[in-house]
Ligand binder design. Structure first.
Ligand SMILES: Cc1cc2nc3c(=O)[nH]c(=O)nc-3n(C[C@H](O)[C@H](O)[C@H](O)COP(=O)(O)OP(=O)(O)OC[C@H]3O[C@@H](n4cnc5c(N)ncnc54)[C@H](O)[C@@H]3O)c2cc1C
Length: 415
């Protein structure tokens, strides 16, 4: 499928594709074959190789060690890395690190960029984004945020409870969303504060057990952590971006993060369908190749069509985001892509029969990995709420004029 991405985007993506095919996917196959998970040292080797091939951290400006691509130009590269469970991490383009890099780069102070962004890009340190809270705190409705940061002299004092902080367990710092002015609406009175995890009062309670633990594939701590903050003191200079602008910054971070998820998961769906097509072409049943059975051919055709539509929508939303605001476009692209990629991986699993469930192929990992996408970065329902709100704005009722209205005279009841 030709999408007419820019020459630069295609050129980088073709090198990323080669890196996946020559280095990363073979190592993934080896991990699956031998139950031999990839270690952090091997991941560091990938990073060095990615640097040699000029494809390390495509999303980060060159001055911080990346390739300096905007959303549209990073897109085909991110699709390529999505083809492997190891792909995004192998070039340091994986969530949530990639979104946190983007946030610090966009709104962080020069000091924060030097102290935290530079080593984060290089993989010397790790980070988490802590917004979601247990009931009745921030979740689908982030305005319900309960975590507070109160000023005491030149320090913030943070108290609160967070969970589902991806990569939080081993993180060196967290970007914590906290109410900093309780007299204001949360949209104006919330800030993002950088909290080093070795600060007194930061308690990492646990990694939450969840669908999609891949310890047998990647021997690197990568869960979703629960934290408590007990009178945690950090300097006021640790505010990321303007004080009170937490929701605007989170929106900016999540808008991009939603699209990069779409790109990676599209790549995952592409590879899943490819494996499935290869499998059913080789497999015979009832006297012919399974790939000749119309029941499956039509479902593959639908999956390819939906995936093409999703990739087109994501390209459109990325272009709009590069130009500025794209809230509704991102909500549509995210919801549609999350659903059709999940369906594509499910179909691929079905096509492979028992081998879809088995872990000799990567599809079972993809299946576990992709299901959270309909929840993370805004649930289907919350994005539909955004889309519907937009859909009902400026409704034109002129077409209703021809409808004969009920005659009020007939509405008089007998007394
Ligand atoms: C794998 C994974 C990684 C994550 N990583 C992070 C992270 O790094 N940082 C972070 O802060 N958070 C993270 N999260 C949390 C994620 O953002 C939340 O789970 C998500 O926003 C939903 O919030 P909740 O879990 O509280 O669901 P709830 O708010 O409890 O929602 C429950 C259900 O109610 C539905 N619902 C809510 N409102 C409406 C409505 N108006 N109409 C219809 N239905 C509605 C929801 O869609 C959902 O189905 C992660 C979650 C997962 C699963």
């Amino acid at each position: 499928m030709e999408y007419h991405d820019s020459e630069k985007a295609k050129e980088v993506a073709s090198r990323v594709e080669a890196f996946m095919d020559e280095e990363v996917i073979p190592r993934e196959r080896q991990a699956l074959q031998n139950r031999d998970p990839v270690t952090i040292d091997e991941m560091r080797d990938f990073w060095e190789k990615a640097k040699e091939r000029d494809l390390f951290a495509p999303q980060v400006p060159e001055e911080y060690g990346g390739q300096g691509l905007d959303f549209s130009d990073m897109l085909p590269s991110f699709e390529q890395v999505g083809r492997s469970m190891l792909g995004a991490m192998s070039i340091r383009a994986h969530a949530p690190q990639e979104g946190n890099m983007h946030t610090l780069e966009a709104v962080g102070s020069e000091e924060q960029k030097e102290e935290w962004l530079r080593p984060l890009v290089q993989g010397d340190i790790s980070s988490g984004f802590a917004m979601t809270e247990p009931q009745q705190g921030a979740g689908s409705d982030p305005k319900m945020l309960k975590t507070t940061a109160k000023k005491d002299g030149d320090e913030w004092v943070i108290n609160g409870h967070k969970w589902w902080t991806s990569d939080g367990y081993d993180a060196d710092f967290l970007l914590v969303m906290a109410r900093t002015d309780l007299d204001k609406h949360p949209y104006e009175g919330t800030s993002i504060i950088l909290v080093p995890t070795d600060t007194d009062g930061v308690e990492c309670v646990r990694d939450i057990p969840h669908l999609g633990h891949f310890d047998d594939l990647i021997d690197i701590q990568r869960g979703h952590a629960e934290f408590k903050f007990h009178n945690v003191r950090v300097p006021v200079e640790n505010t990321v971006g303007a004080e009170g602008a937490g929701f605007q910054i989170a929106q900016m971070r999540l808008g991009g993060g939603r699209l990069t998820h779409c790109m990676r998961y599209s790549g995952m769906a592409m590879r899943s369908l490819n494996i499935a097509k290869a499998y059913i072409q080789h497999r015979e049943a009832f006297g012919s190749s399974v790939s000749e059975k119309q029941a499956l051919r039509h479902r593959i055709a639908d999956a390819e069509t939906n995936l093409h539509a999703a990739r087109t929508m994501v390209r459109h939303a990325a272009r709009e985001l590069d130009r500025g605001e794209a809230r509704v476009e991102v909500a549509m692209a995210k919801t549609f892509t999350a659903n059709v990629t999940t369906e594509a991986v499910d179909l691929a699993l079905q096509c492979c029969g028992g081998n879809g469930i088995g872990k000799d192929l990567p599809i079972a990992y993809f299946y576990e990995s992709i299901r959270p996408f309909r929840i993370v970065d805004g649930t289907d329902e919350v994005h539909r709420r955004t889309i519907a709100r937009d859909a009902f704005e400026d409704v034109n009722d002129e077409d209703l004029e021809n409808i004969i209205q009920f005659d009020p005279e007939l509405d008089k009841t007998d007394e």
